[in-house]
Design a protein around this ligand. Structure first.
Ligand SMILES: Nc1ncnc2c1ncn2[C@@H]1O[C@H](COP(=O)(O)OP(=O)(O)OP(=O)(O)O)[C@@H](O)[C@H]1O
Ligand SMILES: [Mg+2]
Length: 274
């Protein structure tokens, strides 16, 4: 088995319950993650599935330390990052990237695609301003299958699938060790989804990053992911390689999720039945 990029031990997370925030004092906290332990193997794509509200996004955001856990350890590349403050996290940010579900709201509408991809390169000092950043941004565009001329376009001039490619280009240009992809194909039509999945597989083969892929869509997860973590109510109910999980799910909840996948093909007699 590959080395673990993340080793997570007994991870607990609570967040202030904003719905019950009192006028004075602090809001009561609600428990979100209840003592999770798992590893994320290097170079693999780990799927995270589970019903809405099960804690997938919270888990992903805690892994890359956009959220701070109450307790537990997050060993990333051999070092516990669970308790690091912003200052200590800064040098790690480049290696912990995220691709958002809705590229339209996450891409600055007033910036060109080229500037959107180049700014994190400048922020993380991967490139110096001017030619170097521009060259790397153009290279990233090519890697995600967009023409270099798109560097001069604005987000509203792109289709949903093209915008999602820009989101991917912005992350991979940094050559991060880990990418969190949270529902990144949910908003796309089926053919754009398939193209983005093919792109992710191609990039992973070429660039060797590690990815966590959060999705409601188990048929997508089955195609893309090497292993899958199944969450329910802030806990992991199952954690297995993809083939085992779909062929021999151990937990009734996993079987329920699996059996709710729509069939990929219609039956031979579908016209007669209609
Ligand atoms: N900022 C927050 N403050 C308080 N509670 C939150 C916050 N964000 C999420 N929660 C709660 O934490 C739980 C887990 O939410 P989370 O968004 O991680 O689930 P999810 O599995 O990603 O759901 P979905 O599939 O709908 O995206 C939910 O009960 C949610 O209401
Ligand atoms: Mg979510």
């Amino acid at each position: 088995m590959a080395d673990a990029l993340f080793k997570v031990e007994d991870l607990h997370l609570s967040l202030p319950d904003l719905a019950r925030k009192p006028l004075f004092g602090t809001a009561p906290r609600i428990t979100i993650l209840k003592g999770l332990s798992f590893t994320v193997p290097e170079g693999a794509i780990t799927g995270i599935v589970g019903e809405s509200g099960s804690g997938k996004t919270s888990l992903g955001r805690t892994l890359i330390r956009l959220l701070t856990p109450d307790a537990g350890r997050i060993i990333f590349a051999g070092r516990d990052i669970a308790g690091l403050d912003d200052e200590a996290l800064r040098p790690l940010r480049r290696d912990l990237q995220i691709i958002f579900q809705d590229p339209f709201s996450s891409l600055n509408p007033r910036k060109t695609v080229g500037a959107i991809i180049a700014s994190p390169l400048l922020l993380h000092k991967v490139a110096t301003a001017g030619g170097e950043a521009r060259d790397l941004a153009l290279e990233a565009l090519t890697q995600v299958g967009l023409p270099a001329s798109f560097a001069a376009r604005y987000p509203h001039e792109l289709s949903g699938g093209q915008r999602q490619r820009v989101g991917i280009a912005r992350a991979v240009a940094l050559k991060p060790r880990f990418i969190l992809a949270d529902e990144i194909v949910s908003g796309l039509d089926v053919s754009s989804q398939a193209q983005i999945l093919a792109l992710l597989m191609e990039l992973r083969a070429r660039m060797n990053f590690t990815m966590a892929f959060i999705s409601h869509d188990l048929s997508v997860v089955r195609r893309l992911c090497d292993r899958v973590i199944v969450m329910r109510k802030g806990e992991i109910v199952e954690d297995a390689d993809t083939v085992t999980l779909f062929d021999k799910p151990q937990h009734a909840y996993t079987r329920l999720l699996r059996d709710s996948i729509p069939l990929p093909e219609v039956s031979d007699g579908w016209l007669q039945d209609a």
